[in-house]
Design a protein around this ligand. Structure first.
Ligand SMILES: [Zn+2]
Length: 292
């Protein structure tokens, strides 16, 4: 991971961005979650009956240094997921189909401090989704503008959220996110976008499918785009193949979203950065824009 830009460089490179991937522990899934097996409810039974585990996969969030301030994309996971009682026992998915390894020092707050940043200086936090693995570090950002899609917030708050991966009872009481409105047209064939910075270098796009309120952040760097995909797909291979995951709210919509991102990656230099892909740090270091 690289160091923060010195302040003199920050002025000189006012239109530059600097990206820090932050790995907040790891998670193992059933392979049938990464790539769906079957259709409809059958996908769930296949996950619950799967005896294999994936390797430990990272839980990334990202810090973006930009001349208009510090932006986070997602907040990673909290170490509390490893404590007994965090998940209700009756839900077989949490007892049988997912394994977390997150230590207190893996959380985003201590990691930002180790990189030389104060979490209190982060101005905006973009939530690609509010599900587990993304919203676990919210408590470190009480002063930031927390940005989420209105659909995602409704899903988390509709009374069924705790059954579908939104542990809202564990979120900070002060949480009152800003809803993104999406009124700035398209990005390639991706449906709707919204700029986040005055210079237009950071913007948000709708990437529905994994959840219906899922969004991604796009950053214009020097000669290329950084695409912060959240769980649009778990890994880059699923983008190349445009395959749905096993718990996607709408698999058809997810495939459509992935094809739109793939089209974009074929017309622009783009570094694809999902939350759980083990290869993102290498891809960033080598500026690897290949999409396969
Ligand atoms: Zn995730």
């Amino acid at each position: 991971m690289s160091r923060p830009l010195p302040s003199s460089d920050r002025t000189k490179r006012s239109r530059m961005v600097h990206i820090h991937p932050i790995r907040t522990g790891s998670v193992q899934f059933r392979p049938t979650q990464i790539r769906a097996s079957g259709q409809g409810h059958m996908r769930w039974w296949r996950i619950l009956g799967d005896r294999e585990w994936t390797r430990e996969m990272p839980i990334y969030c990202y810090l973006i240094e930009h001349s208009e301030g510090l932006f986070m994309v997602d907040t990673g996971e909290t170490a509390r997921v490893c404590e007994p009682g965090f998940f209700s026992r009756w839900n077989p998915y949490f007892s049988r189909a997912i394994r977390y390894k997150v230590a207190p020092e893996d959380e985003v707050g201590p990691q930002l401090q180790r990189l030389g940043f104060d979490p209190a200086d982060v101005g905006s936090v973009v939530m690609t989704s509010l599900q587990l693995g993304h919203a676990g570090g919210l408590s470190y950002f009480p002063r930031a503008r927390i940005i989420v899609s209105a659909q995602e917030w409704a899903l988390a708050m509709n009374g069924f959220g705790r059954f579908t991966g939104y542990p809202a009872s564990h979120w900070p009481k002060w949480l009152a996110p800003r809803m993104v409105t999406f009124n700035a047209g398209q990005l390639g064939t991706l449906p709707r976008s919204q700029p986040l910075t005055g210079d237009g270098a950071i913007y948000l796009v709708r990437t529905p499918g994994h959840t219906s309120g899922h969004i991604s952040a796009v950053v214009q760097g020097a000669g290329l785009l950084y695409f912060f995909a959240g769980d649009a797909s778990y890994v880059r291979a699923a983008l190349a193949e445009a395959t749905a995951d096993g718990i996607a709210a709408n698999p058809r919509q997810q495939i459509k979203t992935l094809k739109a991102i793939r089209d974009l990656a074929q017309s622009r230099q783009l570094i694809y950065l999902p939350t759980h892909d083990p290869d993102v740090e290498r891809r960033l270091a080598q500026r690897d824009t290949s999409a396969d």
